[in-house]
Design a protein around this ligand. Structure first.
Ligand code: NAP
Ligand code: GDD
Length: 327
């Protein structure tokens, strides 16, 4: 049995599912923390049933975290659980802060109590940069978060840095820029667009309503980004890294690419709906991952175009029909 044991919080999420696959491939014993729900939420990890051990705990409940650590006895903890949808953070700002901010402290305290030799990964976010003074952003760019989610993540980020410096924990933050996949939640813009394009192509819908088409993001493939998490915990020194592709695209570019892939004209189907425009926006997020490339040897493998096409194709397939798409 492997002496590498990993506990993943948020294992039922997009990143948790890819990370669990990667760690299993690397020979780890994988434990996943799940919160209790009245219906099943483990669709993304259904194919890993029997290979990962699920433990019930919640970032809101300190004792449950201690219990999960005592049961799993991990050598590494990946803290991916969070309220991760930015618009929800204006509707539930306190809950977002509890999950995505203070929840990090609860986990760090549990680690100090159970086993301070655990290596800890915190899922920090480019959303912390918000209103940016420079582009691209790197590890030294100051934070000016533009959403309650970004503020909560900045707290989670700095408490991780602080526990590393205060208690000499091996605790690192990955400042990850947007990363996507066919497993992305349907409410995020990439998936909303690829699902929308596929529905319109199949005659299941005629219109796609979106918010700010001018926002720019640095979008990569989730499978590439979870590899960086593992590399950070294997590195000899605990330090924080930006993980990004370095390419920026607007939401409009994304729409054009997805619709082009299914041979449709977005002008005929995409409408701007103020309901999806945010009170404050991060207008331009694009990352400089040269530190991760240099020190970890990390490189993304899937391009923006490949990722968008992969997502559109997966949505076409899921919605019931395989189309031989030629454009
Ligand atoms: P996701 O798909 O929304 O998954 C979030 C996970 O957190 C789910 O497994 C969810 O469980 C769990 N969770 C939420 N609240 C919890 C609680 N109180 N206790 C226990 N579990 C809880 O998010 P993701 O895209 O995989 O992102 C993973 C992490 O990276 C998040 O922290 C996110 O903020 C951060 N991040 C993501 C990106 C990105 O572009 N994807 C970029 C930077 C940072 P349920 O299934 O029960 O809801
Ligand atoms: N969701 C959504 N829906 N976003 C839209 C829409 C829409 O209809 N129309 C335009 N957008 C714009 C948003 O205003 C934002 O500028 C951009 O599309 C991306 O939105 P999301 O896909 O919701 O992602 P996000 O950038 O807000 O947050 C994601 O990335 C962060 C890293 O920067 C999430 O995964 C966060 O958890 C993550 O930390």
């Amino acid at each position: 049995m492997s002496d590498r044991r990993a506990l993943i919080t948020g294992i039922t999420g997009q990143d948790g599912s890819y990370l669990a696959e990667l760690l299993l491939d690397e020979g780890y014993q994988v434990f996943g923390m799940v919160r209790r729900a009245s219906t099943e939420s483990s669709e993304r990890i259904a194919h890993l049933a029997g290979r990962v051990t699920l433990l019930q705990a919640d970032l809101l409940d300190q004792f449950s975290l201690v219990g999960a650590l005592e049961e799993a006895r991990p050598t590494e903890v990946y803290n991916l659980a969070a309220q991760s949808f930015v618009p929800t953070s204006w509707r539930q700002p306190v809950l977002t802060a509890e999950f995505s901010g203070v929840g990090v402290t609860r986990m760090l305290e549990a680690i100090r109590m159970v086993d301070p030799s655990v290596r800890f990964y915190q899922a920090s976010s480019s959303e912390m940069f918000g209103k940016v003074p420079e582009a691209p952003q790197n590890e030294l760019t100051p934070f000016y978060p533009r959403s309650p989610y970004g503020v909560a993540k900045a707290y989670g980020h700095f408490i991780t840095v602080n526990y590393r410096e205060s208690y000499d924990l091996f605790a690192v933050s990955g400042i990850l820029f947007n990363h996507e996949s066919p497993r992305r939640g349907l409410e995020f813009v990439t998936r909303k667009i690829t699902d929308g394009a596929a529905r319109i192509k199949l005659g299941l819908a005629d219109e796609l309503r979106l918010g700010n088409l001018d926002a720019k993001r640095d979008w990569g493939f989730a499978g590439d980004y979870v590899r960086a998490m593992l590399m950070m915990l294997r590195h000899h020194e605990p330090t924080d890294y930006v993980v990004a592709s370095g390419e920026e695209h607007s939401v409009r570019d994304l729409v054009e690419l997805a619709f082009e892939h299914v041979g449709l004209d977005p002008e005929r189907h995409v409408r701007v709906d103020p309901a999806f425009v945010r009170p404050t926006e991060s207008d331009r997020l694009v990352g400089d991952a040269s530190k991760a490339r240099r020190e970890l040897g990390w490189e993304p493998r899937v391009s923006f175009r490949e990722m968008v096409e992969m997502m559109v194709d997966a949505d076409l397939a899921r919605l019931g029909e395989r189309h031989d798409v030629t454009v």
